[in-house]
Design a binder for this molecule. Structure first.
Ligand code: HEC
Length: 141
């Protein structure tokens, strides 16, 4: 198989894995050559740059997104704003307040980061990283 065909095949395989996860079925392992999103290497650095100056566990935003605290404060934890909602539901980005807040859609809650500082919005590629991390099961990896 040529490189392009292999690449296409892995995209298809990955898409199917995502569908299985979405249906609540058992997730099949992602193809060995797909790039796995790492919470420590890819997600936490986004929080470090854009979020921790407010989400430091000390200010009115109680959610602590500092390295070492963020994962336990997000995954399967009920939201302050709406106790019916989870901050992160593994494998369900659509049921994750974190995703709603960084989507830029204000009908889903005050968009984050709230200050509209120099980094006004989470970039599409950072948004994709968070989405992918949750779709992959929101692992502490
Ligand atoms: C300027 C300060 C500020 C920045 C920067 C900021 N936030 Fe927030 N955030 C808040 C405040 C204040 C609240 C609580 C009020 C609310 O829910 O809107 C909050 C609430 C949240 C909530 C809801 C928590 C809950 O349990 O209800 C999430 C999720 C969140 N922020 C994620 C983020 C992420 C991710 C970033 C970085 C991309 C970020 N925030 C950047 C101030 C900030």
């Amino acid at each position: 198989m040529g490189f392009l065909q292999r690449a296409k095949a892995s995209v298809v395989a990955f898409g199917m894995a995502a569908v299985f996860v979405g249906c609540g079925g058992k997730a099949s392992d992602p193809p060995a050559n797909s790039k796995e999103v790492s919470f420590a290497l890819h997600v936490q650095p986004i929080f470090d740059v854009m979020c921790v100056h407010c989400h430091d566990g000390l200010q009115e935003s109680k959610l602590d997104l500092r390295k070492g605290s963020s994962w336990t404060n997000l995954v399967n934890v009920h939201a302050d704003g709406d106790p019916m909602e989870l901050r992160v539901t593994p494998a369900s980005p659509g049921a994750s307040l974190l995703v709603n807040r960084i989507s830029g859609d204000s009908s889903l809650g005050t968009p984050m980061p709230e200050d509209k500082g120099p980094l006004k919005v989470v970039s599409p590629s950072d948004y994709e990283i968070v989405l992918q991390w949750i779709s992959d099961g929101a692992k502490n990896n």
